[in-house]
Ligand binder design. Structure first.
Ligand code: SF4
Length: 667
């Protein structure tokens, strides 16, 4: 056992279920639960995590009734085809030595029904800004029937061969809706005071316990703090936790916040471990009952700190197991981990619209069932030009496939756009994503040569290789504005450098990079006295491509930092200490500026076409990835996936008929 992970790697227990360690893989709706493939892709997803050392895993929510499904992509336990898929998943995981709990789910007023599907139901008819529906209020008989739905779902779980069940009662779903005075406005046996509002949750636990018997592990996912003004108070939460324990829960998994709450809970801006005290309060309420903390715990070292420094028993981590299925095994061996950077771009943002989930830094998520690429014969030599995310991902996967990989990077450091992003407050983990890829590349025998640009003059160099991946990235787009050549006008990469910014900063541009730069320039502690930062952008919506789960938190942070956000500007003109423009109302306006940063998009790097042409002339297989391929709205999810795809494509590429030219490289 790795000494520093002593607490987290200690065996644990939930009821009669022995756990190999203290990390629970939290539930994630994957969006392919309903895929008509006999459960093959679902099973492959969990099996990959079993092989990587996961202990108890919890499935994404399985709806206990059609009306409880979160959206069209949810599986419904009444559907025998879904149950058949689940049986395969449970069986394969069990036979592989894994532990899988089925999450019993009812969205209540958060359901987003398919066209023609049942209308959402809830304790009271209170509109949900999350689902944009006003649900029907359940009558008492329907409440009883819903309790019975949970019991039937639990019975199925046991029958299908799952190791446990988790009742979904957090994030503002149905159990929370009964508990909260905001959404439970009843005055009958199911509402009217805290005691009656708790009754639905405890009735569900009792019914589930009765359905599965005394020995089957029952976990309840509950909300420790709903972060809703006028929501459930702390005393009620503590009393509810005790009531759930008394009703038969074997463990409590503590979530934080509702989907409608105005406080960020899982975004990169939230410091790791921020919500641990919420779980500690629940633990203090229930004494010996196992309690798990969750939300913004991304590394096992952090989990170790939680377990060593608090009375908590378990840590639940969800997204980190998307980023690295072997999170536990790698951490146990002291190897680098592919860290979740909390971008939400390929997971939560997709899940919110019921699209299949993947992971930015691990685009293999959702492809675990696909056959591996053909072996590709003896190792071949591949050059990767550019060490940004796309290039490094391609290099990593090529090296993993056994090829001899050399990465050429023009800058002195690898990382490309991620190196810039890593400077933004809350985004330091982007640097770890690069560190992971470079460390793994080195371990696999790949070579990284920094400070070595490759140009059209390098035909001899490229001829040495069997393949070339062109990942030269992007260059900032110049704007043709009066004053753009003044010395205090910077393009965005230059603006990220230490000491580049003056006290009054104007950022011209409305995309994600402009937002990041404003955040970096304006965050507390960035400068004394604090900088005065203004974003001028042409459109009416700042950061239009930022994800649904992230955009509102980032904009709220900019407002908190008093960054001026000026939409709809025209006729920009830069003077020595002032930027002039026409405002959205047609009036002339200006803002003082010591530094003006142009963050108005990007174009593929100039070298790109030259390298491709050179590789083509030399008869070398080549593939263009990332920003070099498509610079419209820089998209790191796309970049990683194209890096992955390039490595797969090379495996399929025919071998060269002429041997690579052996030429001594002149560096
Ligand atoms: Fe983490 Fe982003 Fe991957 Fe989601 S997509 S698991 S937030 S790195």
């Amino acid at each position: 056992m790795t000494a520093v992970l002593e607490h987290v790697l200690r065996p644990g227990r939930i009821g009669r279920l022995a756990l190999p360690h203290r990390v629970v893989t939290g539930a994630m709706h994957l969006g392919w639960e309903n895929r008509d493939d006999d459960g093959r892709s679902l099973a492959a997803f969990y099996l990959a995590r079993v092989r990587g050392g996961a202990g108890l895993m919890v499935t994404g929510g399985a709806a206990v009734s059609a009306v409880g499904a979160g959206g069209p992509g949810y599986g419904v336990l009444d559907d025998p085809r879904f149950r058949a898929r689940l049986r395969r998943v449970a069986t394969e995981v069990r036979e592989a030595g894994g532990l899988l709990a089925l999450q019993l789910f009812h969205a209540g007023r958060y359901a987003r029904p398919a066209a023609g599907g049942p209308h959402p139901v809830a304790p009271s008819a209170v509109y949900s800004a999350f689902s944009r529906h006003t649900p029907h209020a359940l009558d008492p008989a329907q409440v009883e029937a819903t309790v019975a739905d949970f019991a039937r779902g639990a019975h199925h779980a046991r029958d299908l061969g799952f190791a446990a069940v988790e009742i979904m009662g957090s994030e503002g779903y149905l159990l929370d809706q009964f508990l909260s005075p905001l959404t439970n406005q009843r005055d009958d046996e199911w509402g009217g005071d805290p005691h009656r509002r708790m009754r639905f949750g405890t009735a569900v636990v009792r019914a589930v316990r009765a359905a599965v018997g005394p020995d089957f592990p029952v976990v309840v996912r509950m909300t420790g703090d709903d972060l809703m003004a006028g929501g459930t108070d702390r005393d009620t939460v503590a009393g509810y936790a005790r009531a759930l324990a008394a009703a038969g829960a074997d463990a409590l998994n503590v979530g934080v916040g509702w989907h409608e709450s105005p406080v960020p809970t899982v975004q990169a801006l939230v410091p790791p471990g921020h919500w641990v005290p919420v779980a500690v309060a629940v633990k203090e309420a229930v004494g010996a009952l196992p309690v798990a903390a969750s939300n913004r715990i991304t590394r096992l070292a952090q989990a170790e700190e939680v377990l060593a420094g608090t009375p908590l028993d378990l840590v639940s981590m969800a997204r980190p197991f998307l980023a690295d299925p072997a999170l536990v095994d790698r951490s146990r061996r002291g190897r680098p981990v592919n860290v979740c950077v909390a971008c939400n771009q390929a997971c939560i943002d997709r899940s919110l619209v019921d699209d299949p989930v993947s992971c930015m830094v691990n685009p293999a998520v959702g492809r675990e069932h696909e056959p591996p690429p053909p072996p590709g014969g003896p190792p071949r030599a591949v050059a990767v030009v550019g060490a940004g995310p796309a290039g490094l991902k391609a290099a990593h996967d090529l090296a993993l496939a056994g090829h001899r990989v050399t990465v050429y990077e023009a800058d002195q450091e690898p990382g490309g756009q991620f190196r810039l992003a890593g400077r933004v407050p809350g985004k330091a983990d982007y640097l770890d994503a690069i560190r992971y890829l470079t460390a793994e590349l080195a371990r696999l025998g790949g070579e990284l040569r920094t400070g070595r640009p490759v140009t059209a003059a390098d035909a001899d160099l490229l001829r040495r290789y069997d393949g070339v991946v062109v990942a030269t990235g992007v260059r900032p787009r110049r704007l043709d504005l009066p004053g753009v050549d003044l010395p205090h006008v910077l393009d965005y990469p230059a603006a990220f450098a230490d000491g580049a910014l003056g006290r009054r900063v104007v950022v011209i541009g409305g995309g994600g990079i402009a937002v990041d730069l404003a955040h970096l320039a304006g965050h507390p502690g960035a400068a004394t006295p604090p900088r005065q930062v203004t974003i001028l952008h042409r459109g009416d919506r700042l950061g239009p491509r930022l994800g649904r789960s992230t955009r509102w938190t980032v904009l709220a942070e900019l407002r908190r930092q008093r960054v001026g956000l000026v939409p709809g500007v025209r006729d920009l003109r830069i003077g020595p200490d002032t930027v002039h423009y026409t405002a959205a109302d047609g009036q002339p306006a200006s803002v003082a500026a010591d530094t003006v940063v142009i963050a108005a998009g990007q174009l593929p790097n100039d070298d790109n076409d030259d390298i491709v042409a050179t590789a083509r002339r030399a008869g070398v297989w080549h593939h263009v990835v990332g920003g070099a391929r498509d610079s419209t709205g820089l998209d790191a999810v796309r970049a990683f996936d194209q890096g992955r795809a390039a490595a797969v494509a090379f495996q399929h590429a025919p071998h060269r008929t002429t041997p690579p030219v052996e030429i001594e490289e002149r560096v």
